[in-house]
Unconditional design. Structure first.
Length: 367
């Protein structure tokens, strides 16, 4: 057993990229898929609960419909390809899992399913029950109805959000790369990074935006974003190459992003949110206060961006970059009127009894 054994990872999310599932001609790589399914069966027999985030629907559908650019020439083509390919993808997974005595289930989600708190809890409950029953959920973004503005856009971040919803301890991103390098791995002298303890600006600058295969929608940037989301929930994340026959039972080179701590379920959901409606920029003093556990007060805010309303998710950024995410206590217009003003001045400025903070610490998650 290689990464994330059942003894330390009772629940695991495995993400499989398009280039691993589908060959350049648009046909399923069934032999490879049978190998990874055999690995899944071993892990499940040993007590691990596993869900799979599976790419490949658009690539499969594009072949069947004869669409150019792998079905990604336009949003309409991608939606048509996804609708056609998803049924084929589900059938293949049901067949290969069935050959191992396992039952497959399909879950198609949109960004809003995991960003809206109530829908997130519903998805979490369904996913948890399937895993308890020993079923292997096959999860994908519902690309046939997603819009360009409201979608995950890649399955790396989807896998991290699914891990959060499932309460998983590990996320394994199988791809056509074997981990993070200090620069584009195609460049001479590129050095592999085996372990990352904390995603910061230095790590993000190492990310390469390309997808080596041309079939996937995410590159290293999306994988770094996924690592940040997963680590914020207390889940470790690994990027490993799937270019071997049995990737879940082979010790191969990879990059492990180590989660430092766990967070409450609500704060983990906040930290992993992708659709912040605005950004609140704070000064160094406010940044330090937030790091020490304080709420965000208007006195330390330099400016606000976006058209958020009370209750929307906002990003909080300091002089050195992102600090936290939280739920706004004010609409953007009123928040802008309070910039840099002390709390005792708020009532006179607004004309109504003010709230305790712009973002209260109970509704905030540090990054």
């Amino acid at each position: 057993m290689s990464l994330f054994p059942p003894a330390t990872t009772p629940r695991l999310i495995v993400k499989i990229g398009s280039a691993l599932l589908v060959d350049p001609d648009g046909a399923v790589r069934r032999a490879w898929l049978s190998g990874i399914t055999a690995d899944l069966a071993v892990r499940i027999r040993e007590g691990q609960q596993v869900a799979v985030v599976s790419s490949g629907a658009i690539a499969l559908g594009a072949r069947r419909l004869g669409l150019a650019k792998g079905g990604r020439a336009s949003l309409e083509d991608a939606q048509a390809a996804a609708a056609t390919g998803q049924i084929a993808l589900s059938q293949v997974w049901a067949e290969v899992l069935g050959a191992e005595g396992l039952t497959a289930a399909q879950m198609l989600v949109t960004l809003d399913d995991l960003e809206d708190r109530r829908r997130y809890l519903n998805a979490s409950a369904t996913l948890g029950r399937l895993l308890q029953l020993g079923v292997v959920p096959i999860i994908n973004e519902n690309d046939s109805v997603a819009t360009a503005e409201i979608r995950f856009g890649d399955n790396d971040r989807l896998a991290a959000r699914v891990a959060q919803a499932a309460g998983a301890q590990g996320v394994l991103l199988l791809s056509d790369v074997d981990g993070l390098y200090d620069r584009n791995p195609a460049e001479p002298g590129a050095v592999h990074v085996p372990r990352v303890e904390g995603v910061d600006a230095r790590i993000e600058t190492m990310a390469d935006r390309g997808s080596a295969s041309g079939m996937g929608s995410g590159g290293m940037v999306s994988k770094i974003a996924a690592a940040r989301i997963a680590n914020a929930t207390g889940a470790h994340l690994a990027i490993a190459s799937g270019r071997v026959d049995r990737p879940l039972s082979t010790d191969a080179r990879h990059t492990l992003f180590v989660a430092e701590k766990t967070a409450s379920a609500r704060k983990a959901w906040l930290a992993g949110g992708l659709t912040a409606r605005g950004t609140v920029h704070v000064d160094a003093g406010a940044a330090k206060a937030l790091a020490d556990g304080a709420s965000l007060l208007a006195a330390g805010v330099k400016r606000v961006e976006g058209a958020f309303v009370r209750g929307d998710l906002v990003a909080i950024t300091g002089p050195d970059g992102p600090i936290a995410r939280g739920l706004a206590e004010y609409d953007a217009e009123d928040a802008a009127r309070l910039l840099g003003r002390r709390s005792e001045d708020h009532a006179a400025i607004l004309g109504y009894a003010p709230r305790a903070a712009l973002v209260h610490r109970s509704h905030m998650a540090l990054l």
